[in-house]
Design a protein around this ligand. Structure first.
Ligand code: ADP
Length: 330
């Protein structure tokens, strides 16, 4: 109902009367008025005149279903949206929904996370209204050990989406952080529930710093699109572009069940390739040269003694020699 009222307001460059809306939508004028009040509370600027009706002046930069759904061009991803102003973590909400049977493609999105999650229990800073804090419920027919590849597919889709919407040069730091000028703009956290040979559900959590103006001091390697370009970007455009691209890669990947169908595109975006990096493992760190990304999405490295080795996402952290990812050092 809220969506339909908004649609009518957006279609009409001038005033539209409450009577006209109630006629078109088949509801009472009182319920139209209630929806208008709700929209105003959400930040929509609507002026009303007793004679002429209502006129939409400005829309808030929010990520409500009413703003996302009309711009959505995917068929499954994001078709059902669970929106909240503030949550502890979108991954946690998505997990609860998945356990209750939420359909594949269900999107959980919030303006703010008060306990956003990074890998290994780390926190993800998610201030109100500035970024994209969202999680997708997936139910892929894959083996549990293939799920780390899905994270790479997510990173690929988001990297391409950011490029498409902003035109900024970003790249993937293997396996799935997106970096601009050597700093982190997006992180992805995949969590799953599985049995030995079967996945119950996967939650693909994505955090993007879009219009964030500043970060806490202990995040020297964090940046945002605003920090890079000094421009506010539409989160809705990035979200819908991501959902379209992710769906297309996801369909290709799950049909073949092989990451190699995304490999060329992934390598085109990967800034870790052909670089000297620091490989951090639980037992220490060493320097290596990155030779390739394998067809399963692992990293083929050459150690300083000339030995080649394959490293897996989840077992190691890759860092630049001088900083977080050394890309386009200024
Ligand atoms: P890692 O880069 O070590 O693999 P994660 O992808 O799990 O880490 O992300 C968590 C880490 O990212 C945190 O420990 C913190 O250093 C950093 N971080 C937290 N919030 C943000 C943010 N909004 N933007 C960029 N980096 C962040």
């Amino acid at each position: 109902m809220k969506g339909k009222v908004l649609e009518l307001l957006k279609q009409q460059p001038d005033y539209i009367s409450g009577e006209e809306m109630s006629r078109q939508l088949g509801v009472t004028r009182a319920s139209i008025w209630k929806v208008i009040t709700k929209l105003k509370q959400e930040g929509y600027e609507i002026i009303s005149s007793t004679k002429k009706g209502y006129k939409l002046i400005d829309i808030p930069n929010s990520v409500t279903p009413e703003e996302i759904l009309p711009k959505l061009s995917s068929n499954i991803m994001g078709k059902v949206i669970h929106y909240e102003e503030s949550v502890l973590s979108t991954n946690e909400v998505a997990k609860t929904l998945a356990r209750e049977g939420a359909k594949e493609g269900t999107l959980v999105i919030a303006e703010q996370q008060t306990k956003g999650k990074g890998r290994l229990g780390r926190l993800w800073e998610s201030p109100k209204g500035d970024g994209i804090w969202m999680s997708l419920v997936l139910r892929p027919k894959l083996l549990p050990q293939q799920v780390s590849q899905l994270t790479l597919v997510g990173g690929l889709a988001m990297c391409e989406a950011i490029k498409e919407v902003t035109g900024l040069e970003c790249g993937i730091k293997w396996p799935n952080d997106i970096v601009v000028k050597g700093k982190k703009i997006c992180g992805i956290l995949t969590e799953m529930s599985a049995e030995i040979e079967q996945i119950n559900y996967v939650i693909l959590g994505v955090g993007v710093n879009v219009n964030t103006k500043s970060f806490s001091e202990d995040l020297p390697y964090a940046t945002s699109l605003w920090t890079i370009a000094h421009k506010e970007y539409s989160r809705v455009e990035i979200i819908t572009s991501f959902l379209r691209k992710f769906e297309s890669y996801y369909n290709k990947y799950t049909a073949k069940k092989e990451f190699s169908v995304c490999l060329e595109n992934y390598k085109n975006q990967c800034v870790t390739l052909n670089k000297k990096v620091n490989i951090h493992t639980s037992s220490g760190s060493y320097i290596a040269y990155v030779k390739d990304v394998t067809k399963s999405g692992e990293l083929l490295i050459e150690k300083e003694n000339g030995e080649e080795e394959i490293v897996f996402a989840g077992e190691v952290s890759v860092r630049g020699i001088y900083g977080y990812s050394d890309e386009e050092k200024e």
